[in-house]
Design a protein around this ligand. Structure first.
Ligand SMILES: [Zn+2]
Ligand SMILES: [Zn+2]
Length: 751
């Protein structure tokens, strides 16, 4: 008995070897029909015996290629057509594409063993790849995903590659970036005026790394600066040349066993480290590398993910390399050759440059196995541009995020695509990247401006806001910063109706009343919106947002709320004169803003226990304070009462000052402070939740990247029988804002 089925599969199913897999599966079950890449996903028609059809449908999901991610599958009965064979049809291009572009994939085991096999045609060829591995998002110029639409379009396949490309039984069948040393792009080593294109350029580059040189290495989504992590003078030189004073550098290690020797890895962090996204994983350091992560007892470690990385190690590069995004200071990562050669000329001793162009810049992602599960700190390569969720919106939405740690979200046909990490928009080049990325997403999904709802932060002076206002679009919506944080967690979970207590703790965001918020508790649902129900007691912020750079300036604003204060410019506080200047602003009521920022409260305490200088990267003082606290085991705490819906920091700060004057160690004070914040928040949540009969707490905002705070909070909230939801798919920091904005906009539209 012959029957037939039409099957439509949506999700990440293009560019991951899905069609050849379907072909092989159909043949294995003696079915005929066809498969094609449609704009609605992969479309399949199969006919044959019922048993074969059943097995086919079951294995379609059960045995799908590792990189495929099936979001939805529709199976319908159809009339058999009496087809004689199974074929892979050409891609169809009819309406707006809804297929999902695959993130880039790490080199697979099969390609890796060919790479190291001297009898293989692609022996030591840094661009080896197949349908299970290799570049995707970083080579795609347009959809559908076919070779002419990739940055490989200027390398015609030779007979060898072409034969593999057209053989459905080969794992390179329709592998769009396929190439070999005869027909594909190559790597060159630029040293001074010399350009070396010989077969041994990677060995030469590895030797330079061994000799303590700094190399700019072109990778998947941009250039890295690489050097020997054990060579402290070289790492110090890299810092100096890069104008990067203290921010930690990421490490790339040869393999997992070496990773285990330098950081403490849990099962969860190993899973992240070896997972298909191959991110940088933050973990406690076992070994100190001077200059790599000054004053930080965590290291960021990743494994090699491109064939080139494997080759560098194979050919003798040091087994632990600094591998940091190539840029000056905090500009976006360099990805175009000319730009890299020019802008990195003063930093790199040599350049290892591959010919394959990079379609768009995509940084390494940064993650951590956290107290409440995996936490993404920077979402980029390996994750972007996968769709994060489905939202009930037929109108396309472009959400522009916030100005720090910017990422944008495009919602098209209800699917929310969150872009790669872009950066801080006050840098001109990051702002340009922000515009490019928005345009790029709109073009890829063929969304026109005249049908678009644009969502932006409520801050009137954000660059992303002024950009939103300049776009010729039919609809615009401003979303308050901290509500967007809470919405991002609920959106990730697809939970639109659970009433939650949403805690949004971060540095700064523009509040409903025009003051600077950042220590907020909301009640509500994603569908109906969030009402502010509690917050940190307001303090002052002299100099406004600029105070974020100087912990003592933030301290001036918070400490001005205390009745009595010792001379903080004297020992043991030793505040610099900036503190006095800030106090004068307060006394004269000049350029002082009201704030409920929890981030600035952390800065204040950091200043009181010794961090009195300027910070050199966002969140530095809070991270410093967390690291300091980890060195004490005290179970002491400070009073942080919750009175009339306000967390009152005054008794807390008075106690910190008293302990410090008594000569208590900064570690112990830092630890007691972290505990006090957790206890104060837990008390506030108990009250808020029982008053409004809520059982679920959402935690988001940059402050919740603090693992110690989460560890302290967990048992306290469990004791109160409150379940806790945090971000897993997008960052808790401002990198997650655009998803929350998009979600709130989707519901604002359907009310
Ligand atoms: Zn492969
Ligand atoms: Zn070839």
């Amino acid at each position: 008995m012959t029957s037939a089925r039409t099957i439509r599969v949506r999700g990440v199913v293009q560019g991951v070897g899905f069609r050849p897999f379907v072909y092989r599966l159909a043949r294995a079950n003696t079915l005929t029909g066809w498969v094609l890449n449609g704009e609605q996903g992969v479309e399949i028609f199969v006919e044959g015996a019922d048993a074969g059809l059943e097995e086919f449908v079951r294995d379609l999901v059960a045995k799908a290629p590792p990189a495929a991610n099936i979001a939805e599958m529709q199976v319908a009965r159809a009339e058999p057509l009496g087809l004689l064979d199974f074929t892979i049809r050409e891609s169809a291009h009819l309406n707006r594409p809804t297929v999902r572009v695959s993130p880039d994939l790490p080199v697979c085991d099969e390609c890796l063993s060919e790479l190291l096999d001297s009898s293989n045609r692609r022996f030591h060829y840094p661009y080896i790849n197949c349908t299970n591995c290799g570049p995707r998002y970083t080579v795609i110029l347009g959809l559908p995903y076919d070779r002419p639409n990739t940055t490989m379009n200027s390398w015609p396949l030779d007979a060898f590659c072409s034969a593999e490309y057209s053989d459905p039984d080969n794992r390179r069948f329709h592998a769009q970036p396929v190439a070999c040393p005869e027909c594909g792009p190559l790597y060159f080593l630029h040293t001074g005026k010399q350009i070396d294109g010989g077969k041994d350029v990677i060995a030469k580059a590895a030797a330079m790394l061994r000799d303590g040189k700094i190399l700019a290495v072109k990778g998947l989504g941009g250039y890295h600066l690489a050097c020997d992590a054990r060579n402290a003078p070289t790492v110090a030189q890299l810092r100096e040349r890069k104008f990067r004073k203290e921010r930690p550098f990421a490490l790339m290690v040869r393999n997992l066993s070496i990773a285990r020797t330098i950081v403490e890895l849990t099962e969860d962090s190993e899973q992240l480290l070896t997972g298909v996204a191959r991110p940088i994983v933050l973990a406690p350091a076992k070994v100190e590398f001077p200059e790599v992560a000054p004053g930080n007892n965590e290291l960021g470690v990743m494994l090699p993910y491109t064939p080139l990385h494997h080759l560098l190690f194979e050919q003798g590069a040091p087994e632990i390399l600094v591998m940091t995004s190539a840029n000056r200071s905090s500009e976006p990562i360099a990805y175009e050759d000319e730009d890299a050669l020019r802008s990195l000329a003063e930093i790199a001793d040599a350049f290892l440059v591959g010919e394959r162009p990079i379609a768009r810049r995509v940084d390494d992602s940064v993650v951590r196995a956290g107290t409440f599960g995996p936490a993404i700190l920077r979402r980029s390569r390996g994750y972007a541009p996968a769709a994060v969720i489905t939202l009930p919106s037929q109108q396309p939405i472009l959400a522009l995020g916030a100005d720090l740690k910017n990422a944008v979200t495009l919602v098209v046909n209800g699917q929310a695509f969150v872009s790669q990490h872009i950066g801080d928009l006050d840098h001109f080049s990051a702002f340009r990247a922000f515009q490019e990325t928005s345009r790029d997403l709109l073009a890829m999904y063929e969304v026109r401006l005249d049908e678009l709802l644009v969502v932006h932060d409520a801050h009137p002076q954000y660059r992303s806001t002024t950009h939103a206002l300049s776009l010729p679009v039919p609809g615009r919506l401003a979303v308050q910063h901290h509500r967007a944080h809470i919405a991002s967690v609920l959106a990730e979970r697809g939970d639109w109706d659970t009433r939650v207590a949403g805690v949004s703790f971060d540095g700064t965001g523009y509040g409903d009343d025009g003051t600077i918020w950042g220590g907020e508790i909301f009640g509500g649902t994603l569908r109906s919106g969030f009402q502010r129900v509690a917050h940190l007691r307001p303090a002052l912020l002299p100099g406004g947002d600029a105070a974020a750079r100087y912990p003592v300036q933030a301290a001036a604003g918070f400490l001005s709320q205390l009745e009595t204060l010792p001379d903080l410019c004297a020992h043991p506080f030793d505040f610099p004169s900036r503190y006095r200047t800030a106090r004068e602003l307060i006394d004269r009521k000049v350029r002082c803003f009201q704030t409920t920022s929890m981030g600035r409260l952390f800065d204040t305490v950091a200043a009181l226990v010794g961090f009195t200088r300027e910070i050199t990267y966002e969140g530095q003082a809070a991270i410093w304070l967390e690291q300091l606290a980890k060195r004490s085991m005290t179970s002491a705490s400070y009073p942080f009462p919750f009175v009339e819906n306000e967390l009152d920091f005054r008794p807390l700060l008075s106690a910190v000052i008293a302990d410090r004057r008594r000569g208590e160690s900064p570690q112990k004070i830092a630890r007691s402070f972290q505990r006090a914040v957790a206890e104060g928040l837990a008390r506030a949540l108990r009250e808020v939740c029982s008053a409004e009969s809520m059982e679920t707490v959402v935690l988001s905002g940059g402050v919740f990247q603090n693992e110690l705070l989460l560890q302290n909070l967990k048992p306290l909230l469990e004791r109160n029988r409150l379940q806790v939801w945090t971000n897993h798919a997008v960052p808790a920091n401002d990198g997650g804002i655009s998803l929350g904005q998009a979600a709130l906009a989707a519901f604002a539209g359907v009310k």
